[in-house]
Design a protein around this ligand. Structure first.
Ligand SMILES: [Zn+2]
Length: 573
């Protein structure tokens, strides 16, 4: 297969646009743009990837003014595309048929058994949009009825992450605080013969669900069931020795309806309730009751729960409780990343990642550490609307939104990878230079005295020959005298001349630092060994004024956030 000329010209155009927007073109961003325009090009990913790589490399080695020039040739076309995109996203309306202004109440229901991740961002921001649209309420509901999983640390981290995302709640409540009333609801359904106590072991329960054949407990009379229920509450059973099951339909096509578990026994202490309870409701029993009794009008959730909707309403019907309305949309997933607790724990245990805030992850704290702005997460999460078509998205889409937002505040600095020394005769005593920290936003200037020892990149150094005249970007022209051993040159004026421009920094005051380029965490199902590429070198002296969290754009390298001031480590955005 060969790529069509239309695909090839799109690769070139978007590499130029990407370099124009972010200082440097990124393979991932160009790939996803081209694939979105030409889905057919995916049929030979290897070919596409190599074509993109070669074009991105070419563009990244071009001088800035050449990129500017080529960009302006395409700019009308880009403007038209941006306008269509803006129109499209304005079309996403966040609404629910039948929802009423002033009467809308929804909730965000995390289990405090882990950290929030990008997948949670979509429901929470949609809920927040709906709250605004209907002048309604948004509650924070901790679904905490599994003492084995849950910890106060997770409650705290969830609240901290939500606050960082800019979300405010009208009230906050916990399922575990409602256990006594949940027991009463249980007694009521058991007493009516709508649920029964089953003492089969886990394997037998599974077998009976798979085969659709009832165990003997399903036909127990109500008095026997109530007696066993009392025994459960009084501590007469150990963990997993008895469960309460909905007396439903073992032959149901919807497997969640095959006499699901409503209560189970767990004697381990609970982070919030201590040893007060050992009979715990399942999500399926607890959630509909908590929603209905707390005034929730609308449950807004991703569609992997759709199978459970029938059960949700069956529990409420058995109790004669009001039904909230459920609206589902597709789940948001990031390709080549991990959000499951099990997978993340494995990666931490094998020391492949450092913790839940490892910048390769898509937990909210990892995104925060990496320099992703809350507003970018919001825009990204909402850009998919409330539709049901699956969204597995490359993280570059989020990064692109973020870079656009970060751009205005990002100071432009020089970074030199594996520096080479250059001694410039006649430079000492020349007027110092003052350079803008941003080309179009007034972020101030940085000023350097002229010093005879400067550092340039070893790649640039390799291309130099005696007699060459080059321009140290935005500053001085120099003529190369000798390149044997160290490089020596002579000062040749400051006026902007037509000459090769190279990045440089004063050796005096330069700051050692390392840039971490962050790539996909996983490759298929396994850990991507190349997920961090470290580039070490020096940055210009101004870098010592930066604070942790500051975002900069290193010319020719792209956007980075200062992650550790002690180690002068920057993370790629
Ligand atoms: Zn049984």
């Amino acid at each position: 297969m060969v790529l069509g000329s239309d695909v090839k010209s799109a690769i070139r155009k978007y590499a130029i646009k990407n370099a124009m927007d972010y200082g440097k073109a990124s393979e991932g961003a160009v790939m996803s743009k081209v694939i979105s325009l030409f889905p057919g090009s995916k049929s030979d990913m290897g070919l596409l990837r190599s074509e993109v790589k070669s074009e991105v490399d070419k563009v990244n080695s071009m001088a800035r003014n050449a990129i500017d020039e080529e960009y302006s040739a395409y700019s009308d076309e880009f403007k038209a595309a941006e306008a269509t995109k803006a129109q499209k996203s304005a079309l996403h309306s966040f609404s629910i048929p039948g929802a009423e202004h002033g009467k809308f109440v929804t909730r965000f229901p995390p289990e405090p058994g882990g950290y929030l991740h990008i997948g949670h961002a979509k429901p929470i921001f949609i809920e927040d949009e709906l709250r605004k649209a209907y002048s309604g309420k948004l509650m924070l509901y901790f679904d905490d009825t599994n003492p084995d999983n849950e910890r106060q640390e997770f409650v705290d981290s969830i609240k901290e992450d939500l606050a960082w995302l800019g979300l405010k709640f009208d009230s906050e409540y916990y399922a575990s605080d409602a256990i006594p009333s949940l027991y009463q609801y249980a007694s009521s359904v058991i007493g009516k013969g709508m649920a029964y106590v089953c003492t089969c072991n886990t394997l037998e329960v599974k077998k009976s669900r798979d085969s659709g054949i009832a165990c003997s407990h399903k036909s127990q009379d109500n008095a026997t069931n109530l007696g066993l229920w009392e025994k459960m509450l009084n501590g007469g059973f150990g963990d997993n020795e008895a469960i309460v099951r909905l007396n439903s339909d073992l032959g149901s096509v919807n497997t969640t309806m095959r006499d699901p578990t409503l209560f189970r026994i767990k004697h381990s202490p609970h982070y919030r309730q201590g040893k007060k309870y050992h009979v715990w409701p399942t999500y399926d029993f607890c959630t509909p009751i908590m929603d209905s009794t707390n005034g929730i009008t609308d449950v807004v959730r991703s569609k992997e729960y759709e199978m459970r909707d029938e059960l949700y309403f069956a529990v409420l019907d058995a109790l004669g409780l009001r039904n909230p309305r459920i609206t589902s949309f597709s789940r948001l997933e990031i390709s080549n990343n991990a959000t499951s607790k099990r997978k993340i724990r494995e990666l931490i245990a094998s020391k492949q990642i450092a913790g839940y805030d490892d910048p390769r992850l898509v937990t909210i704290r990892a995104l925060k550490r990496r320099g992703i702005l809350p507003a970018a997460i919001r825009e990204f999460a909402l850009s998919f609307g409330m539709g049901k078509s699956e969204s597995v998205v490359d993280i570059s889409v989020l990064l692109n939104i973020n870079r656009k937002m970060a751009d205005k505040g990002a100071k432009r600095l020089f970074f030199i990878e594996s520096p080479a020394e250059m001694h410039v005769k006649g430079l000492e005593g020349v007027k110092g230079i003052s350079m803008r920290l941003h080309p179009s936003v007034d972020l101030g200037n940085r000023t350097y005295y002229a010093k005879s020892d400067v550092l340039i990149g070893s790649e640039d150094a390799k291309g130099l020959r005696p007699g060459d005249v080059v321009r140290l970007k935005e500053a001085y022209n120099v003529r190369i005298d000798s390149i044997s051993g160290s490089i020596t040159a002579s000062y040749g004026g400051s006026e902007n001349i037509e000459a090769k421009k190279i990045s440089w920094v004063n050796k005096d005051g330069s700051v050692k630092c390392c840039l971490w380029d962050i790539g996909p965490l996983l490759s298929g199902d396994s850990f991507n060994e190349g997920s961090i590429i470290e580039k070490c070198g020096v940055a210009e002296g101004y870098a010592s004024n930066l604070d942790e969290g500051d975002i900069v754009q290193f010319e020719k390298y792209g956007f980075y956030k200062l992650d550790s001031k002690a180690e002068m480590r920057f993370l790629s955005l």
